[in-house]
Design a binder for this molecule. Structure first.
Ligand code: BT5
Length: 259
């Protein structure tokens, strides 16, 4: 079903945010962090595919307590509650893939996934993802938060030089509701795949879109800094890196830095 035929949920009165059948949208003009809102909804028993969308966050978070910067009404700031047994690493990758595909479909821009899940345009980050796993009574619940820079000038907004936005890359603004609708359509289609083939399908597409694939990178991690060429992913979603001495290294956690 195309985004234009979906039912729309009326938001602040100014914008219609389209959602596919089976999804529930909570729109907030302003909030602390959509991840916190989604977490509360999840713990209160909200259905799978509940989305919290905000125009402004007062306390937007990155990983490890870092800050996520987003001027009001300029980004897509959303968190999705997923109730699946699928490992969270694949749910996160699915969301990164959805962002890459929605960007391509809406703007024609080519984005890539910096392992594990940042979305990059060229050398710069356009979208960050924050996944949090919750559990209660043995139920698997994952909240995936997506922050996508849409219509903003990163330097003016106070975003580090390593960041970019769709409007900066394109030279024009992008309709956020259209982009949101396409993103949810992509995620809906990907989630509809059966679980086992789902993981393989996600891994294959994720690998094909890896940032700096076949290129030399540095990986910062808890242990010694690693250097090597990005080869791909293991079946569990770890990064495969070919070290200068030919050894194949598997990295489970780390930050990939382009050289
Ligand atoms: C992330 O963290 O990339 C995950 C960001 C997730 C944000 C979404 S918004 C909706 C939902 N609700 C939340 O509260 N969070 C999620 P990390 O890899 O730790 O990157 C954070 C770092 O990126 C910061 O320390 C800055 O250096 C940089 N940064 C901050 N804002 C940025 C922006 N808008 N664009 C690019 N880089 C940014």
């Amino acid at each position: 079903m195309s985004a234009s035929t979906w039912t729309s949920t009326k938001s602040s009165g100014a914008t219609d945010w389209p959602v596919p059948p089976g999804w529930t949208l909570h729109y907030l003009p302003t909030t602390g962090s959509t991840n916190d809102d989604a977490r509360s909804l999840a713990l209160a028993g909200c259905p799978d595919r509940t989305v919290v969308l905000a125009d402004e966050q007062r306390a937007g978070r990155g990983r490890l307590g870092r800050r996520w910067i987003a001027p009001r009404g300029a980004s897509l700031l959303l968190s999705i509650v997923l109730r699946r047994k699928t490992p969270s690493v694949f749910l996160t990758a699915l969301c990164s893939l959805g962002v890459v595909e929605a960007i391509a479909e809406t703007t024609g821009l080519t984005a890539r996934i910096k392992w594990p899940n940042d979305v990059m345009i060229g050398p710069k980050k356009v979208c960050g993802i924050l996944t949090e796993v919750l559990s209660r009574d043995d139920q698997a619940m994952t909240v995936v938060g997506i922050g996508l820079n849409v219509n903003l000038e990163p330097m003016v907004a106070g975003i580090p030089e390593s960041g970019t936005s769709l409007s900066l890359e394109l030279g024009r603004d992008v309709e956020r509701a259209t982009l949101f609708g396409v993103l949810l359509a992509r995620l809906d289609a990907a989630l509809a795949l059966a679980d086992r083939s789902f993981e393989d399908a996600i891994r294959g597409r994720w690998e094909a879109l890896l940032w700096r694939r076949s290129q030399a990178v540095r990986v910062d991690q808890d242990g010694p800094t690693l250097y090597g060429v990005v080869e791909g992913l293991t079946s569990s979603g770890a990064l495969r890196l070919r070290a200068p001495d030919g050894e194949l290294i598997e990295v489970a956690i780390g930050d990939v830095i382009g050289l």
